[in-house]
Design a protein around this ligand. Structure first.
Ligand SMILES: C[S@@+](CC[C@H](N)C(=O)[O-])C[C@H]1O[C@@H](n2cnc3c(N)ncnc32)[C@H](O)[C@@H]1O
Length: 414
């Protein structure tokens, strides 16, 4: 055994140990089957030219950029582990399953190959021939010769006439093209990083006829879907290191928001005492569904670390915090206020109606807690579905689908 092999084995062991600890810290369990696959597949063989230590870090390895934008990568191990866990939980294990992976890198496809076993099958598709060539070469080098690699835009059916128990999408999308639903078997599962209200979650969606209903979700970020399903997301600067994330079609005057940010800050607090494990990603989607109909613009605030440490903004999460722009006022969910290992929720606002705007945001936070801190469920129906056939909830119309977010209060109906 070479020194390189020994080094990669111990680095891989450490990576998986860290993943198990990371899952536990989030209140999740790293499934034994997913853990076993991750202990076997040599990730460094999918990241040629990258130092061994980097191949086994818990981070994406960027493999292709277009200008400043990352368009392909070998995904971060924690994200892959969580998504495989979502899929395996929903299907009660992946042994013998037929799987389509959208977005290739080789690494995830070989983990899937381990999970489905000899009776199952794995097809991986990528829109970019450089990526499929690379994935095919790496899969062969690692000894996974039984993965089908296809180069195509996955907006359309990949192997016409075929259906899969699982489609796992590894690029961030704004919509669900009909082909994804139609290629999943009834009761089969689509795991997909889908953006709603500017926030991406990896949703596990189970097919039932022509609709998809979620069974779990996780916070995540991905390189964007390209091709026919591309949907622009852009960032505008409102101060040094502070940006607003906007969806295609959203219009915001960055200079106007920048000048609001220079006005004095008002704050409001919910007066709560919440335990550390509270899942605030759920609150953010709740706020989106409540605030969007009430304000001129619901946006997502992001900030560089320096902008937070220098106090320009103090958002709840610098990678994506709900924010609103409304009648000369800019407000956002603030950083948490901790007392005795419990925390309170608050909002900061700048502008002419700052006190009222911060108060309104905080009121929605209290309502979420009073409802039992419910988690969201997502329902995806065809674009032609009449209003009367939609579940009760916040409707977001997309190109191919009508998506509805619902929250079921603990022990109650939505
Ligand atoms: C994060 S990478 C995939 C990572 C990979 N699954 C792994 O094993 O780590 C996302 C990939 O999605 C691909 N992609 C984007 N849009 C696509 C589309 N419409 N059809 C197929 N592939 C697409 C990109 O070319 C990119 O290589």
């Amino acid at each position: 055994m070479s020194i390189g092999t020994l080094g990669s084995e111990s680095l891989r062991r450490e990576m998986v140990d860290r993943l198990a600890a990371d899952h536990a810290a989030k209140g999740l369990t790293l499934r034994p089957d997913v853990e076993a696959a991750m202990r076997v597949v040599p990730r460094h063989l999918y990241t040629p030219g990258v130092p061994l230590e980097e191949a086994y870090k818990d981070a994406a390895v960027i493999t292709k950029r277009r200008g400043e934008e990352t368009i392909s990568s070998v995904s971060a191990p924690f994200l892959i582990a969580e998504m495989l866990g979502q899929a395996a939980d929903a299907l009660d294990g992946l042994e013998g399953r037929h799987v389509l992976e959208i977005g290739s890198g080789g690494y995830n496809a070989s983990l899937l190959r381990e999970l489905v076993g000899p009776v199952g099958s794995v097809t991986t598709v990528d829109i970019d021939p450089e990526v499929t060539d690379r994935a095919a070469t790496c899969l062969a080098a690692a000894g996974y010769n039984d993965v089908t690699v296809v180069c195509a835009d996955a907006e359309q059916p990949v192997e016409p006439g075929r259906r899969y128990d699982l489609i796992i999408v590894t690029a961030g999308t704004w919509d669900i093209p009909p082909a994804w639903r139609d290629q999943v078997t009834d009761n089969g599962v689509l795991v997909v990083p889908l953006r709603t209200f500017g926030m991406t979650r990896s949703w596990t969606l189970r097919r039932s006829g022509n609709r998809l209903d979620s069974v779990s979700d996780r916070q995540c970020g991905f390189v964007p879907v390209q091709g026919a399903g591309a949907h622009q997301m852009r960032y505008v600067d409102i101060a040094d290191g502070v940006h607003l994330r906007l969806d295609e079609g959203q219009q915001v005057d960055p200079a106007a928001v920048a000048s609001l940010l220079n006005q004095p800050r008002q704050e409001a607090w919910a007066g709560l005492s919440l335990p550390p494990r509270t899942v605030l990603a759920d609150l953010d989607l709740w706020l989106a569904t409540r605030l969007r109909p009430e304000v001129c613009e619901f946006v997502v605030l992001t900030a560089q670390e320096e902008a937070v440490t220098s106090g320009i903004v103090a958002p709840a999460w610098r990678f994506g915090t709900p924010a609103t722009i409304d009648h000369g006022t800019f407000s956002y969910r603030s950083a948490l206020r901790w007392t005795d290992r419990k925390f309170d929720l608050g909002a900061y606002a700048h502008g002419s109606a700052a006190t009222a705007a911060a108060g309104r945001m905080v009121e929605h936070m209290r309502t979420w807690v009073d409802a039992g801190s419910p988690s969201p469920a997502l329902h995806v129906l065809p674009a032609a579905t009449p209003d009367g056939d939609l579940p009760d909830g916040a409707v977001l119309d997309k190109r191919h689908s009508r998506t509805v977010l619902t929250f079921t209060p603990q022990g109650g109906t939505p």
